[in-house]
Design a protein around this ligand. Structure first.
Ligand code: ADP
Ligand code: MG
Ligand code: MG
Length: 899
């Protein structure tokens, strides 16, 4: 027979899947001999069965009744008995903590009779009626679906009559009246009486907890925290203890360490004469936990003792709920507590230093997201600053600057030494220079994966996006928010870790961790303190255990040098298109406009020395380490002026009777010629190399000559040539012939041996599916997961992110954008196929990944599992990738899920 109920004495923390975190940890505390009010837990399996069929499983009623009888025998009291009745709490608790998201109901078992029994004894009347009042209210709203506001109004009305500041000032008579009022409210709203039968109360409460799994707020919370929707909740049924029994009673929460910094000490809050939910709800002001020492030294000493034991037992920061009932301490909940990024590193470091956990376990306790947070400067939140907008926390960190509304102004002011914040409705690739120049980017539209967000994260730049309080007016050079107008030049502060925007300059605190990485990750000196030492220790551990190499995506010598300081083991993606912009654009235009091969050759000839210098600089910065250079990838029109702009200019000229600039006319013709409806799927990548004569040869010559130049200068250049957007091996084959020819030519001319491996990106489904063939002509693979994601899903990132991604996330079509975290099922499957077939055709084939996903913690684990050799990501994400690569290797060994 299926088993749906476990007594606390039958469980343990290893059973969290079945008993939920709360139920499993209560059982664990019982196992440790801590004082826990007895009870039992209904499994998540029962909840899943209920949610699927709409009916509780058949055996459930009987199993609950059995456990209830055993509980009644053990405590010597019965549910609903008239004298000193047994009362129960019915508590929700899923595998992952979802604080306050699902409903817990207290004081089950009270009715018009048993409340009198509970009231027997000196000074218990008020307490009994207060408890009944709470039950009717909670049951009415969560089980019977009555609007909770109606009860609140009734309570407020009675308090007002008595001019009572809080509910402790109400006396027994008030509470009796309030119970009656609440019962009337229920009858009126539902046409049904508050159920007097305790067994019915219990049964309905359990089902209500099941139901609460699917409330809107619970769903929202799960989506945000990436908790699966199909786990279900367990229900814990537990003997009530009463913190509201008088001044020698109370309820509190405690942490075994400071969850903000990780330091040891006594942290928490205590509320005398209160039931548990009062502390959390903040109804009255709680006192610091330390006060309990004065109020009730015995309970305090006992609590501290339990806290020490729990921390030693769980080997981690524990978060605790407790209640004191007339001088007797009860433990009501514990779990491994949530903490800030800093506390995560500091606690893991301390516990490892104390020998409570190993260095590997310490590494498993921290993660890349926490590390990324520590790398950004932050605002001093203790100061009170004026909040002017809220948006999505898209790229963490804190920045202060003057508001500007276009890229050119950002560049101009930044060049003059001013810090600026670029404010746009949304950004486009045209805003790139402005984004580079700005300290932060603020947009009024777009989500976590909008252009602004993705680019800002890649650059390690602060970004708040989708701040819809804001209306941007670039023409008037101002934005409005909450009825206030903010003109260009106004200083604002942007917090990319919380999504909050302040007026004026909030005080900034620099990141010691960023300084640590930027100075080469050397063992910490006096400055920076403990947190730097903890991070250093964790990085060393990660580097020692990881199998994945970490490279950088870098296009300039400066980026390459920084990447190296951050621990990059090479460059996995050096894009050449940036080298075609700026003043060189004219040369590119000339190449595109060329009428004859000779004209084109002249234009290419002019680009050659510039490219060579670029490559030489990067190879020097990465001396001794591999540098994967990608041949030109984007469609040509990206290098030409805007089509509409040109057309307008020409139309104006002709309207005003001016002679149009002949070059404009020629450019417009070229723009029209190269125009594509779907540039992403058009003439780009290897296709360009095959149809634009001389382009590949020029780029390869520049690379080869740079290699020769570096080698002659005594360097150790390790260039690798990468061909983008290959669909069919034939494309690669043709390009390789040209590459090999030029490499041989340059080797001959210079007399220097040039061995550049030639490989390809796998970024189209067809390439992944024919990887076995492609591997015959490719000396390495690098997955371009951005394009592979676009082409596998059949959507273009720039178009879909703003248009419908938020709807897709809301509807649960995906939990997280596939551009942020790799889609294992679809894109991941193609990766697996390509790895397997590629290596079957060419044993030992070197395989990496370049693109956003290489710096995403979850995706790094996937790439580790897929057997890749390296991930490549933006320089600022390198520490994150190193750390996660280490954690991925640990999980493989222990098989444990440390996230
Ligand atoms: P949440 O998951 O929202 O924290 P809980 O199940 O922990 O919900 O319960 C809500 C409040 O009720 C908590 O403060 C808890 O300590 C208190 N509580 C739960 N069960 C009991 C009990 N058996 N006796 C007294 N207080 C309880
Ligand atoms: Mg709780
Ligand atoms: Mg690509």
């Amino acid at each position: 027979m299926a088993r749906y109920v476990y007594a606390f004495t039958e469980g343990g923390r290893e059973m969290a899947d079945l008993l939920g975190g709360k139920g499993a940890n209560l059982a664990e505390m019982v196992r440790m001999g801590l004082p826990v009010p007895p009870g039992f837990t209904v499994t998540t399996e029962a909840c899943r069965a209920y949610l699927e069929s709409g009916e509780p499983p058949q055996e459930l009623g009987q199993q609950v009744a059995q456990h209830l009888r055993a509980l009644e025998r053990a405590v010597g009291r019965e549910l609903g008995q008239v004298d000193d009745p047994l009362l129960l709490s019915v508590r929700s608790g899923a595998r992952f903590s979802m604080p306050g998201m699902m409903d817990t109901i207290l004081d089950i078992g009270l009715n018009d009779y048993s409340v009198l029994g509970l009231a027997k004894g000196p000074g218990r009347e008020r307490f009994a009626w207060d408890s009944y009042r709470r039950l009717v209210q909670m049951f009415g709203s969560t089980v019977m679906g009555v609007d909770a506001g109606l009860f609140e109004q009734a309570l407020a009305a009675i308090k007002k009559q008595h001019r009572a500041a809080d509910d402790t000032e109400l006396d027994t008579c008030d509470l009796i009246r309030l119970v009656e009022t609440c019962k009337d409210i229920i009858a009126e709203a539902t046409g049904e009486e508050f159920p007097q039968e305790p067994a019915e109360q219990l049964e309905r409460a359990v089902l209500a907890v099941f139901e609460s799994w699917n409330t809107e707020r619970a769903r929202l919370y799960r989506r945000r925290e990436h908790i699966p929707d199909d786990l279900g909740t367990a229900v814990t049924i537990q003997t009530m203890v009463f913190g509201n029994s008088g001044s020698d009673s109370g309820s509190g929460v405690a942490f075994t360490r400071d969850p903000a910094t990780g330091s040891r000490g006594v942290y928490g809050d205590y509320l005398p004469n209160a039931q548990g939910e009062d502390v959390v709800a903040g109804i009255r002001n709680a006192v610091p936990l330390q006060e309990l020492e004065r109020l009730d030294p015995r309970s305090f000493a006992e609590l501290r003792d339990h806290m020490h034991r729990l921390e030693a037992h769980y080997r981690d920061l524990c978060d605790i709920e407790f209640t004191v009932e007339r001088g007797r301490l009860w433990m009501l909940q514990t779990r491994v507590g949530k903490r800030t990024a800093q506390a995560a590193f500091s606690i893991a470091g301390q516990l490892a230093a104390e020998g409570l956990i190993s260095q590997d376990q310490a590494l498993a306790r921290v993660d890349g997201n926490a590390l990324a947070q520590l790398m950004f400067p932050r605002f001093d939140t203790s100061a009170d600053n004026e909040v002017i907008a809220h948006g999505i926390a898209a790229s963490p960190g804190a920045a202060v600057g003057a508001v500007v509304f276009d890229s050119a102004e950002a560049v101009r002011r930044a060049a003059a030494g001013e810090s600026v914040v670029l404010v746009r409705q949304e950004t486009t690739p045209d805003d790139l220079p402005g984004m580079v120049a700005a300290r932060a980017v603020l947009t009024s539209r777009g989500g976590k994966t909008s252009h602004a967000a993705v680019v800002a994260r890649g650059m390690g730049k602060v970004c708040v996006c989708g701040a819809d309080d804001i209306t941007v007016d670039p023409h008037e050079r101002r934005f409005t928010t909450q009825g206030m107008t903010v003109p260009e030049g106004t200083v604002i502060s942007v917090d990319g870790s919380s999504g909050v925007v302040y007026r004026g300059a909030a005080t900034l605190i620099d990141s010691d961790i960023m300084r640590y990485f930027d100075t080469g990750g050397q063992p910490p000196v006096a400055q920076g303190g403990q947190i730097v030492a903890d991070v250093h220790q964790m990085m060393q551990q990660a580097d020692a255990v990881r199998r994945l190499e970490v490279r950088a995506n870098a296009d300039t010598p400066e980026d390459a040098a920084r990447a190296r300081r951050f621990g990059a083991q090479g460059i996995g993606l050096c894009r050449t298109e940036h080298m075609f912009l700026g003043d060189r654009r004219a040369l590119v235009e000339a190449m595109i406009l060329a009428h004859t091969d000779a004209e084109r050759a002249t234009a290419l000839q002019a680009l050659l020395p510039l490219q060579r210098q670029d490559f030489a600089g990067i190879l020097q910065a990465m001396d001794g380490l591999p540098v994967t250079i990608r041949l030109l990838d984007p469609p040509l029109h990206e290098f030409l002026p805007d089509r509409t702009e040109l057309a307008v200019r020409l139309a104006q000229d002709s309207a005003l009777g001016r002679t149009p600039d002949p070059r404009d006319a020629e450019l417009l013709a070229a723009v029209n010629r190269t125009h594509e409806e779907n540039p992403m799927l058009g003439l780009r990548g290897v296709r360009l190399g095959l149809v634009v004569p001389g382009l590949v040869a020029m780029q390869v010559r520049a690379i080869a000559e740079a290699v020769a130049q570096r080698r002659e200068a005594g360097g150790d250049p390790q260039a690798e040539i990468m061909v983008p957007l290959v669909d069919a091996v034939e494309e690669l084959h043709l390009v390789r012939q040209e590459v090999d020819r030029v490499l041989a030519e340059v080797a001959q001319e210079t007399g220097v041996r040039i061995d550049c491996p030639v490989g390809t990106m796998i970024e189209l489904p067809r390439a992944a599916l024919t990887a076995g063939k492609i591997a015959k002509d490719a000396q390495f693979f690098s997955f371009g997961t951005n394009d592979l994601t676009q082409t596998t899903w059949g959507f273009s990132r720039d178009d879909v992110e703003a248009a419908f991604f938020s709807a897709y996330l809301d509807k649960g079509i995906f939990q997280v954008s596939p551009f942020e975290t790799i889609d294992r099922e679809g894109v991941g499957r193609l990766v697996n196929i390509a790895v397997e077939e590629g290596r079957a055709a060419r044993p030992g084939l070197k395989i990496g990944v370049c693109g956003e996903h290489g710096g995403d913690p979850v995706s790094v684990h996937f790439f580790h599992d897929a057997g890749l050799d390296y991930v490549s990501c933006s320089p600022f994400r390198i520490p994150v990738a190193r750390l996660e690569a280490g954690r991925a290797a640990l999980q493989e060994h222990t098989g444990s899920d440390s996230t």
